[in-house]
Write a protein that binds this ligand. Structure first.
Ligand SMILES: Nc1nc2c(ncn2[C@@H]2O[C@H](COP(=O)(O)OP(=O)(O)OP(=O)(O)O)[C@@H](O)[C@H]2O)c(=O)[nH]1
Ligand SMILES: [Mg+2]
Length: 604
């Protein structure tokens, strides 16, 4: 633990140093300066904030009430929690409102709904004035500096809720993501999760509302799918992902053991006492500081380059490299053309295959009826529905597999094309003499290193992300649409109406007709989905192809500006830049030791 403390002190020291360097640059790094400040505060204090995050109405507050063993905080089916609620240990229950104006006010705990929620207009208006609430509660969970933080829900129509939560993220040491089993991992949830991960070392996944799932489509049926989906977003092997299914409502009502919450509480306790905790706390901030230092170095290197090359020489290089630029643009036009044709034929193959698989499904259903051996009036409609539900899953999987395969083929073609383009872009940069310094958008998460030009990587990374995002679109819909088609009410009516003679042939023909009648609209839905996935893919392709050239353009403009300024006081600027650069490089080197220390020590 001593070693952890000294590592932590060094990390905070580095944060302060880099923050001072960045502050000198004015607005450019303002956002980073704020994040660094929050991380310093987090690491310097002994508080350990566990953030409960997730989309609105996913059961976050209900979970907290479950953990506390009392319905202390207000919950509701509509967006509720409007401010950050920090719960810390205290022998007495208490609630202190901290206003944006920094004023404070104690309120009775049972009046909280009137201050911190969006449940009424008055409460909502009051909540807008409040920055956060500090609640005292005698919960064993909050001993030893652990604070439970309930956050306003994401993705509701209240933008201020989302802002409050996002601003608080850098202070979280660990996170609990509440995901409703009824709305598992929508696209927005994936994006939020990626964002949470970049701030919090440790995340727990609590799947709420499991008590609301269908009896024959319950948590166990879906567990593998949930796990694999999360594993994919987190880029970890599925068996490393632990899910905690809970009935938060039952836990809130006091039935902790039967609710599933107890399993989470046991693991959380073990996590808090494990050595790894310290490591989790340090690794993300240290990684972030290293990123910032690298970006700063790249920026300074750029300025240094600008003041080192004579203006005429620089313009000559730009002119000489023009043919390379045209070649890149020509190649991009060719690739765009090939990709547009590729997505079209990919779509028609998928639809063709879907039709084939659908007909097979219809045939199977018809045969199922034909060979039916039970009591027609009593059982057939129920049995048929169950059969179709199961068979639909197989159908969805077939279509999914096909979609995946087609897009994977597209992706590998794209990768080849991107690699070729990246090489051309790198050569172009070399021609310009700016290969290691091209200025990238600072908000871009792609890391810039000073010994390796990673600009080339952006094209491929962008394209791969685009393809993956597009592939994921249609798949969920295939299953959802298929499930909604097979209510078979008309068949049920038919079974009730029909006489005994030739009855199975008749019903079988009816089933066939009924299902085939749905094929058109099913095909349309899938086609629409593929269209929008394709449009997105092509748009993202366009964006990721344009970005490198735009980045180069920005660099050139910047170099020109720097050169004009530099002409005036060249000697002084050079020495100031050299000093900034050497300071940042030393910081980067020392940081490597902390990073190694964190990895090796594990905080013991
Ligand atoms: N049956 C059941 N209901 C739940 C469960 N979890 C939450 N609920 C209910 O779902 C609704 C929303 O729960 P909240 O705890 O307010 O959700 P939240 O995520 O805090 O919502 P916001 O504060 O708006 O972000 C409430 O009516 C809860 O009673 C659960 O596991 N099972
Ligand atoms: Mg809430």
């Amino acid at each position: 633990m001593e070693e952890f403390r000294s590592l932590r002190e060094s990390a905070v020291g580095y944060m302060q140093e880099i923050r001072q360097l960045l502050s000198r640059e004015g607005e450019t790094y303002q956002e980073y300066v704020c994040v660094l400040q929050q991380m310093e505060q987090k690491l310097s204090s002994d508080a350990f904030d566990v953030l409960i995050v997730g989309e609105f109405s996913s059961g976050k507050t209900t979970l907290i009430n479950g953990i506390l063993g009392k319905a202390m905080l207000p919950t509701h089916i509509s967006p509720t929690t409007a401010v950050i609620n920090i719960i810390r240990y205290s022998a007495q229950e208490s609630a202190r409102l901290i206003f944006r104006s920094a004023q404070e006010q104690m309120v009775p705990v049972d009046a909280l709904a009137d201050y911190i929620t969006s449940l009424s207009e008055t409460a909502d208006a009051r909540a807008r004035e409040i920055d956060h609430v500090i609640l005292g509660f005698p919960s064993p969970f909050c001993r030893n500096g652990v604070r439970l933080v309930d956050t306003p829900g994401l993705n509701s129509m209240h933008e201020d809720h989302e802002r409050a939560t996002m601003e608080y993220l850098p202070r979280g040491s660990a996170g609990i993501m509440a995901i409703s089993a009824l709305q598992f991992m929508s696209k927005s949830q994936r994006e939020y999760l990626e964002c949470f991960r970049s701030y919090m070392g440790k995340m727990f996944f609590l799947i709420t509302m499991v008590d609301q799932m269908d009896e024959d489509d319950d948590f166990e049926e879906n567990e593998d799918y949930f796990r694999e989906t999360l594993a994919e977003v987190l880029q970890r092997p599925p068996d490393e992902i632990k899910l905690y299914p809970v009935n938060a409502k039952a836990a809130e009502a006091g039935a902790c053991e039967g609710s599933g919450l107890a399993a989470f509480l046991r693991d959380f306790e073990a996590f808090l006492t494990a050595d790894r905790l310290a490591q989790e706390m340090l690794s993300i901030p240290v990684q972030r500081v290293s990123d910032y230092v690298r970006q700063y170095i790249a920026q300074k290197q750029l300025e240094m380059n600008a003041v080192s090359v004579p203006y005429a020489e620089f313009e000559r290089r730009v002119q000489e490299a023009l043919p390379q630029r045209y070649a890149i643009e020509q190649e991009q036009i060719l690739v765009r053309g090939r990709m547009s044709a590729g997505v079209l034929s990919c779509k028609s193959r998928i639809l063709h295959h879907m039709e084939y698989a659908y007909r097979e499904l219809v045939q199977d259903a018809a045969e199922f009826v034909q060979a039916y051996a039970g009591d027609i009036k009593q059982d057939l409609s129920g049995d048929l529905q169950r059969f179709l539900k199961k068979r639909t899953v197989a159908f969805s999987q077939t279509v999914d597999t096909y979609v995946q395969r087609e897009y994977a083929a597209l992706m590998s073609e794209l990768q080849m094309a991107s690699l070729q383009l990246n090489t051309m872009v790198q050569d172009y940069q070399k021609g310009l003499g700016i290969e290691n310094v091209t200025e990238l958008n600072l908000s871009d998460r792609v890391i810039i290193t000073n010994d390796e030009a990673t600009l080339g990587g952006i094209g491929v990374a962008g394209v791969v992300a685009a393809v993956l995002a597009s592939v994921l679109g249609p798949i969920g819909v295939v299953a959802a649409v298929a499930a909604s088609f097979f209510g078979l009410d008309s068949v049920r009516q038919h079974i009730i109406k029909i006489g005994r003679r030739n009855v199975l042939q008749d019903i079988s023909a009816h089933v066939r007709r009924d299902l085939l009648a749905h094929e058109g609209s099913f095909r349309r839905r899938l086609a629409d989905d593929l269209d929008s996935a394709d449009a997105k893919l092509l748009q993202q392709l366009e964006d990721s192809y344009q970005e490198p050239l735009r980045a180069i353009e920005r660099t050139l403009t910047r170099i020109r500006c720097e050169q004009q300024e530099a002409e005036q006081d060249a000697a002084w600027r050079r020495s100031a830049l050299a000093a900034d650069l050497s300071c940042a490089k030393q910081l980067a080197e020392r940081l490597v030791h902390v990073t190694r220390g964190v990895a090796a020590d594990g905080g013991r």
